[in-house]
Design a protein around this ligand. Structure first.
Ligand SMILES: [Zn+2]
Length: 587
């Protein structure tokens, strides 16, 4: 009986081993048409039909992107080459009628001509695979392991990805679908170098020419890695990969568990722009903890079909933005004064913006899908950025912790606790309530009022009250100035209204976005003369403008009014203050 059971158990485990394999073959027969060619092979699935899906979004970038728009005809065959029926079931779903077939080979092409950190691209110079827009999955089978075999175009010699390599060249393995799409793949002739830091082997792959020097990058990126790892005291990765796209219009980075993709201007590697590059490295690297491991419960396992709402992006992106500056300070790239001046700018940007009084931080996070990633001409009136306001709140909480523990602990220790309690112990993310409770118990303070006013409300943060106990005075230097309230742009010979501030003189006058301002007080103007004029007006001044809207010409009268903008000035109370020194310490 025992023997029989053992045999049965062995049979079962063998059966599990051979069952339900997923493999992808990715080739690029003709890169100039920008199509990746995919063959997805499914073996030993018992179901008589399989629903295949493509994500609608890419984790870390909170917008429904409808990647299925890039997929044309999907076809399928069984192990004997017999055609299987494929039925379109939803915008991003295809049903393969499999019957008793042992193997299913699914063929489709993905149009890839959007080079960004979150989308895919292919031309004769390189290919970039952002997995969520390229690899389909079988519904309810996201936890299947499998392989990806990359077949590079003949002129492409190098493949870079954080996916574990196998013994076969360009054949990579994944534990589950989340891992597969969390590891972007760069294929081409990129420059690749390695450096060691924090006991982690780092690979850097640079696509495109740039004014970088490999030796300088090695040294500086290692310093950032070391500073980030010191926050947590340990680094969970053995290997980490940077994929860097050197292009003309660089636009940031996207975080992954053990890699990141950065997109930067190719001439960014010098002067203050280079500090911006290192800051981006710090930001994305910090994310390997904050958001990829320390995370809201809604952000993993992901629902790839629809929006994954969370009100905690102010912690994930805001704290990360606070730390990217702090790491620059700790690694020695900013002086204390530079760090404080940057924090002061962030505070003034946040508290001085009209949208901060309209949209609470938690709502900005929740609505990222429909607001932050879909800005309009009215965004500044109605929304604020959870990156900057979250960074300010991160700084305030850091100061509170430093004061409470008299310079023995800081926000680092709270981040360590979140990592230990949730990622390590509970192996999951936290709810908003759990996050607040953890913070309250760490601080030994009820934060109902703090959350009500500054996270779920829109009040100006209690800056001086929180920062002065650690040696930084914050003086209110709010200004009230005459203001017109319209932002302009010059389009060819035309002065066009770009945006209008709520309740401004421009709004009261009846000016609209997209209006062309042709004349001022009877004279022709251009953008500069209009702006020079606006800069000299006083409260109550009146003037007339000749405006064109939809080719219709009319005159409007404006009456200048005052605008009050909250502003703050940071001053060290006593240079050398122990708590201030602890806050602004370097590694
Ligand atoms: Zn980020």
């Amino acid at each position: 009986m025992k023997k029989l059971l053992l045999f049965f158990a062995l049979f079962l485990s063998f059966n599990l081993l051979i069952s339900q394999e997923i493999s992808y073959d990715l080739s690029m027969k003709k890169p100039q048409n920008h199509y990746f060619n995919i063959e997805m092979t499914l073996k030993n699935f018992s179901e008589s039909s399989l629903l295949l899906k493509l994500p609608t979004w890419s984790p870390g970038s909170y917008l429904i992107r409808e990647f299925s728009k890039n997929i044309d005809l999907v076809t399928a065959k069984d192990e004997n080459g017999k055609t299987l029926k494929v039925l379109k079931k939803a915008k991003n779903a295809w049903e393969v009628v499999k019957g008793k077939a042992k193997e299913v080979h699914v063929f489709y092409n993905v149009y890839a001509f959007e080079l960004s950190v979150r989308t895919s691209f292919l031309d004769l110079t390189h290919g970039f695979v952002s997995g969520s827009g390229v690899f389909m999955y079988v519904e309810n089978q996201l936890n299947r392991k499998g392989t990806v075999h990359i077949h590079p175009y003949q002129d492409f010699k190098v493949v870079t990805t954080a996916l574990p390599a196998s013994n076969v060249p360009n054949l990579f393995e994944f534990e589950d679908y989340d891992q597969l799409v969390d590891c972007p793949i760069e294929i081409g002739n990129q420059t690749v170098f390695n450096f060691q830091a924090a006991n982690v082997n780092h690979t850097v792959a640079l696509y495109g020419e740039g004014n970088y020097e490999v030796d300088v990058l090695k040294k500086d990126m290692a310093k950032i890695v070391t500073a980030a790892t010191a926050v947590f005291g340990q680094n969970p990765n053995k290997n980490y990969t940077f994929i860097v796209h050197n292009v003309v219009d660089g636009q940031g980075g996207l975080e992954h568990c053990n890699s990141t993709t950065l997109s930067v201007n190719r001439w960014t590697y010098t002067g203050s722009e280079y500090l911006g590059f290192l800051n981006l490295v710090a930001h994305e690297y910090f994310h390997l903890w904050n958001v990829k491991r320390i995370r809201p419960i809604e952000l993993g396992p992901f629902d790839y079909d629809k929006e994954n709402y969370t009100s905690l992006l102010w912690v994930m992106e805001g704290f990360t933005s606070y730390y990217d500056e702090l790491l620059m300070l700790r690694a020695g790239y900013y002086s204390k004064d530079e760090f404080l001046s940057k924090l002061q700018s962030t505070v003034n940007y946040v508290e001085g913006s009209v949208g901060s009084r309209v949209q609470p931080l938690a709502h900005a996070s929740f609505d990222a899908w429909v607001k932050a990633y879909r800005p309009t001409e009215n965004s500044a009136n109605t929304s604020m950025t959870y990156y900057s306001r979250g960074a300010m709140i991160g700084a305030l909480l850091d100061a509170k912790i430093i004061a409470k523990y008299a310079g023995e602990k800081c926000l680092d220790h709270f981040m360590q606790k979140l990592y230990a309690d949730y990622f390590v112990a509970k192996k999951r993310g936290f709810t908003e309530v759990e996050f607040k409770k953890s913070l309250e118990s760490f601080l030994g303070e009820n934060l109902d009022e703090f959350f009500e006013k500054y996270i779920n409300g829109t009040e100006i943060a209690p800056l001086n009250q929180v920062f002065s106990p650690i040696g930084l005075s914050v003086k209110d230097v709010t200004t009230t100035k005459p203001s017109f309230g319209a932002a302009l742009k010059q389009e060819g010979g035309k002065v066009i209204v770009r945006s209008i501030r709520s309740n401004s003189a421009a709004e009261d006058a009846g000016l609209s976005v997209n209006d062309e301002i042709i004349g001022l007080n009877g004279y022709r103007i251009d953008q500069k003369s209009m702006e020079d004029f606006i800069a000299t007006v006083d409260n109550g001044d009146q003037f007339s403008m000749l405006v064109s809207r939809d080719l219709h010409l009319f005159e409007i009268q404006a009456s200048v009014k005052n605008f009050t903008k909250p502003q703050f000035l940071f001053q060290q109370i006593k240079p050398g203050d122990r708590l201030l020194n602890y806050w602004l310490r370097t590694n």
